[in-house]
Design a protein around this ligand. Structure first.
Ligand SMILES: [Fe+2]
Length: 313
């Protein structure tokens, strides 16, 4: 084995830290398979000590799958895939939120899966900081697989076979489920407003509330608070009760890992089980991250026509 993996934190039920991967070994098939097995087993892998550049990030990402095109890149060229997506927050533009009496925050995102608002959810991604703020800016991760094991038995039974409906919504402060108390959206950035204007081009979709990880047979609590509208075929009160209970178990920060970024870190996550969030930075600071998108399809998402009833409820 050409690397060693350690726990991210004592007692944390997911995640791994790899600090000694030789970049040359990324070409070795046995190492590649061992890295893929680690990703599927632990859900989040923090790589430290690799060369701090986009080419290494792309090469590492390709160990886990092909690069995927982002479906919201409406204007992107159709013949290429930009393997690195830039995620900027600069004070001149960018979403700004405030929570209660707290300071204004940029680069803040609620708990979510990436691309849960389309039927084909990407399998994962790797994040790397390019420019870090002077303070703040951690990324939170919670494991839906570990969370499933914390659910009460009766709720697990009730969740079987249910689908949750999702629709794209750029409003960080208007979540139907899991909205942060006291949050105010002070400014929505221009590109989010553009995407919102094309929201009708993105049909609502449904994803199962529970599914079984193919490689291991383990069950995953599959719920993204951001973008969720409710349970397909169920009225508002029924959805609120079940998803409220689910949220209480899933979004428990005792079971979260909040990653404090260091230059050169590359963090891989399995987007089919890990919800993540961004805790924000002081609104006058800057942050620049780059992310790869790893292709895949778990085959369980589909377009849903239930959303109109949920959106009006
Ligand atoms: Fe994300």
């Amino acid at each position: 084995m050409s690397f060693t993996a350690r726990q991210l934190r004592e007692g944390l039920g997911f995640g791994a830290l790899v600090e000694d991967l030789d970049p040359e070994a990324m070409a070795d098939e046995a190492t590649r398979q061992a890295l893929r097995d680690l990703w599927i087993d632990r859900g989040v892998v923090v790589f430290r000590g690799l060369p701090d550049d986009g080419d290494t990030q792309i090469a590492l990402s390709r160990v886990f799958g092909k690069p995927a095109r982002h479906p919201l890149k409406f204007a992107a060229r159709q013949d290429t895939v930009d393997e690195l997506v830039d995620i900027y927050y600069v004070p001149e533009r960018g979403d700004i939120v405030r929570i209660g009496d707290g300071p204004s925050l940029g680069a803040w995102l609620p708990w979510h899966f990436d691309l849960v608002y389309v039927d084909r959810i990407n399998h994962g991604g790797i994040l790397r900081p390019v420019e870090l703020p002077g303070s703040g800016g951690t990324t939170g991760f919670i494991d839906g697989l570990e969370a499933y094991n914390r659910l009460p038995e009766a709720l697990r039974d009730e969740m079987e076979g249910l689908y949750v409906v999702y629709h794209f919504d750029a409003d960080l402060a208007g979540l139907r489920y899991g909205n942060t108390p006291g949050i105010v959206l002070e400014r929505m950035n221009a590109s989010a407003m553009t995407v919102m204007s094309k929201r009708d081009d993105l049909p609502p979709v449904a994803h199962p509330l529970v599914f079984t990880q193919k490689e291991t047979g383990r069950k995953v609590l599959n719920f993204s608070p951001w973008f969720s509208l409710g349970i397909e075929g169920m009225d508002r009160a029924g959805s609120d009760r079940i998803l409220g209970e689910v949220l209480n178990v899933l979004i428990d920060e005792h079971h979260a890992h909040f990653h404090q970024w260091q230059p050169g870190d590359m963090v891989l996550w399995d987007n089919w089980r890990i919800v993540h969030c961004a805790t924000g930075i002081p609104a006058e600071q800057r942050r620049h991250m780059q992310r790869t998108t790893i292709e895949g399809d778990y085959g369980l998402g589909r377009i849903s026509d239930w959303a109109e009833q949920l959106e009006q409820a």
